[in-house]
Design a protein around this ligand. Structure first.
Ligand code: SF4
Length: 238
């Protein structure tokens, strides 16, 4: 795991070898290597879902003053904001930043009409998630994401280090080999705080208007934008 990576190699990407047979399935080694390599130019964009909680715990061991960005669309459940407060108390040295969209909800409604998430959810995600993430990643070389291969068909080929053409960064995904059960075992073993909505049938939690309770082990993201063709907010699309 010593191949040096620089921003210049983004368009000439070559993967690196990681031992995934350890109890943490390579996650700690990947994070340690990535923080060592990219230092303050590595940003974690956390949704505070259950995978995010595991990653935060790992990151606090590897880099206790790491920067963590939350894309605050102003449309999250109160339970999500409550969880962020708990995480701040448990890991006081982490730098948790709430990245806001350019337009307030009122300004968005005045320009694009009420409840844009119903009329044009892609536009809504673009303005409230994708553009804010692009801004948050401006100074970064790489960003961390909690993607797991068994989350969905579109995530099955995710690697530890990925060339992210959309944001022109390197995307680091330490949890690719973790299963849903692995995640929960770790959370309970270490008594980590988590979103109360997980206990109410929400395996995947995003903005309140676009998230329903829908527990389906074969498709843990089925409660996101349910009843529409949309399956991703666009942060992880080509
Ligand atoms: Fe808008 Fe829904 Fe996307 Fe949130 S998830 S930004 S409410 S469309």
């Amino acid at each position: 795991m010593n191949k040096p990576l620089t921003y210049e190699t983004w368009d000439e990407w070559e993967g690196i070898e990681v031992d995934e047979t350890t109890a943490d399935r390579g996650a700690l080694a990947v994070l340690t290597w990535a923080y060592d390599q990219y230092k303050e130019k590595l940003v974690y964009a956390c949704s505070f879902g259950i995978e995010g909680i595991v990653l935060i715990d790992f990151i606090s061991k590897v880099n206790p003053t790491a920067t963590i960005v939350f894309l605050d669309t102003n449309l999250h459940f109160q339970e999500t904001y409550d969880l962020i407060d708990k995480v701040k108390k448990r890991y006081p040295s982490l730098q948790i930043r709430m990245q806001q969209p350019e337009l307030s909800l009122q300004e968005q409604a005045a320009t694009f009409g009420d409840e844009l998430w119903k009329t044009d959810p892609n536009k809504c995600c673009e303005m409230r998630k994708i553009i804010p993430l692009r801004k948050a990643l401006e100074p970064a070389i790489a960003w961390i994401s909690g993607l797991r291969r068994d989350q969905s068909e579109t995530r099955r080929h995710t690697n530890y280090f990925n060339r992210d053409d959309k944001f022109q960064k390197i995307k680091v995904c330490p949890l690719i080999h973790w299963t849903w059960k692995d995640i929960w075992r770790y959370v309970h073993k270490h008594d980590l705080p988590y979103n109360e909505l997980h206990d109410k049938g929400y395996p995947s939690i995003g903005c309140a208007p676009c998230t329903s309770p829908a527990f389906n082990l074969d498709d843990l993201r089925s409660g996101r934008w349910s009843g529409t063709q949309k399956i991703e907010c666009g942060l992880h699309e080509g």
